[in-house]
Ligand binder design. Structure first.
Ligand code: ARG
Length: 454
């Protein structure tokens, strides 16, 4: 590449500073696929003979097999995966190889490779999300009858089925699945043919290349095609949200496995010990996911920052896109798989959870609702039951065992049949609005997910 314009060879410092092959070698499969489609278009346009195309195709496929087998030696002198492959091809097949880069720039080449790579990874990420959803649905199903205290402000609030809590995450991860699909749809455009910035005087059939590579459309502006990375940002953003959901679930597991909560127990396989304290069983697995969310957020900000001041069109800053993208894809894939495995093996301590959910105070709202049924305005009812709750908390007498005299004095409207209200199952059955935690709703939603997730 330097032979024409330069007399001196590149500083070794700049070589080491600028090389990307140490990480972008991962694009080799996509680079080769893109090059074969490009070569076919060159042949159809008359820039390559049939034989030249055939030797390019065989040569590239052979190089691909060697890279896959770990038998290819990359050179940082050749900067990136694109130059490494092209140079090796030319070494092997001569002039036909030297014709491959006709009507192409690495700028449209790398933008194409990255899209091809991300398209494959999105499929893998989506199946990772589905596997995690399945593990949550199975855990919910196995514990469908377990009551759980629902929280607001991390204070016990109202009883819910544990399954309802777990299915909340299934809904969240379903939106993540959808977001990943949206990213793939918008990214589904071929930039190849944009050249360095202004396409080429040697015009190829871009639609045919797009078709061969499985893109639905071609980009409509060559400057845009080589210089934007919004599709990568969208993916990093979707993965940051996946990370946020994984982190919340992890935080639940950390809390549930404490002595203070005691609602769940990690399997030994997913627990760590302490180098000093022999009794410890730690949830490092969930903490790591909570921590790795920092990478997913960081990579989004990293690329946003790389892009924000770039003058039109391609700038070398764009090489900094790849490590952020690779790291987020790798991190998210691992975190999804680890979390699915951890949730599958999580043991729910049914009695502890049910006991915590059976505190009569958690049904104070149900008492107020009952007063509403007896024609008392809700605000008044809230006040009256609040007084009973304060009394219960002051005296230590559970809400359902307060003396009848006191009820008669503070809230006479409640007196008839009030003890039967303190039945959490009855309470849950009544919470039948769409999306509410009634057992019928929950089992319907469970069935929906089981069917969808197969
Ligand atoms: N390694 C470069 C990248 O990742 C490839 C494109 C180089 N283009 C250039 N004009 N220097 O972005």
């Amino acid at each position: 590449m330097r032979h024409g314009r330069f007399e001196e060879s590149m500083s070794t410092l700049l070589r080491d500073y600028g090389e990307s092959v140490s990480f972008d070698w991962r694009l080799y499969r996509h680079d080769i696929r893109g090059s074969i489609a490009h070569a076919r278009a060159l042949q159809k346009a008359g820039f390559l003979t049939q034989d030249e195309f055939a030797s390019i195709e065989v040569g590239l496929n052979t190089i691909g097999e060697e890279i896959a087998a770990g038998k290819f030696t990359f050179s940082t002198d050749l900067e990136d995966i694109h130059m490494n492959i092209e140079k090796e091809l030319t070494n092997r097949i001569g002039d036909a190889g030297a014709k491959l880069h006709t009507s192409r720039s690495r700028n449209d080449q790398v933008a194409t490779d990255l899209r091809l790579y991300l398209r494959d990874e999105i499929v893998a990420l989506q199946s990772g999300v589905r596997a995690l959803q399945s593990s949550l649905v199975d855990l919910a199903h196995a514990n469908e009858d377990v009551l759980f205290p629902g929280y607001t402000h991390l204070q016990r609030a109202q009883p819910i089925p544990l399954a309802h809590h777990l299915l909340a995450y299934v809904e969240m991860f379903d939106r993540d699945y959808g977001r990943l699909g949206d990213v793939a749809l918008r990214m589904d455009e071929l930039p190849l043919g944009s050249g360095a910035l202004a396409a080429s005087t040697l015009v190829l059939d871009r639609d045919a290349i797009a078709k061969e590579l499985g893109f639905s459309r071609v980009t409509q502006n060559s400057l845009d095609g080589v210089s934007d990375r919004d599709f990568a940002l969208e993916l990093l953003s979707a993965l940051a949200i996946v990370g946020m959901h994984l982190s919340r679930l992890s935080e639940d597991v950390v809390l549930w496995t404490t002595a203070e909560f005691g609602f769940a127990c990690l399997s030994d396989r997913h627990s760590t010990g302490s180098s000093l304290m022999p009794q410890k069983k730690n949830p490092d697995i969930a903490e790591l996911t909570r921590g790795k969310t920092g990478r997913l957020y960081g990579n989004l900000f990293r690329l946003l920052t790389v892009l924000k001041g770039l003058p039109m069109a391609y700038n070398r800053d764009l090489q900094e896109d790849k490590e952020a993208v690779f790291d987020s894809v790798d991190t998210a894939l691992m975190a999804l798989a680890v979390t699915a495995e951890m949730m599958r093996a999580l043991v729910i301590k049914r009695e502890v959870a049910t006991k915590a959910a059976s505190d009569p105070a958690l049904l104070a709202t149900d008492l107020a609702d009952e007063l509403v049924r007896r024609n008392i305005p809700f605000r008044t009812a809230h006040d009256l039951i609040g007084k009973l709750a304060a009394e219960s908390s002051k005296t230590g007498i559970p809400l359902n065992q307060l003396p009848e005299d006191l009820i008669r004095e503070l809230c006479p409207q409640l007196l008839i049949d009030w003890k039967s209200i303190f039945d959490p199952i009855r309470s849950l059955k009544a919470r039948a609005a769409i999306g509410g935690p009634s057992p019928a709703n929950v089992s319907k939603r469970l069935a929906h997910w089981k069917k969808l997730l197969g």
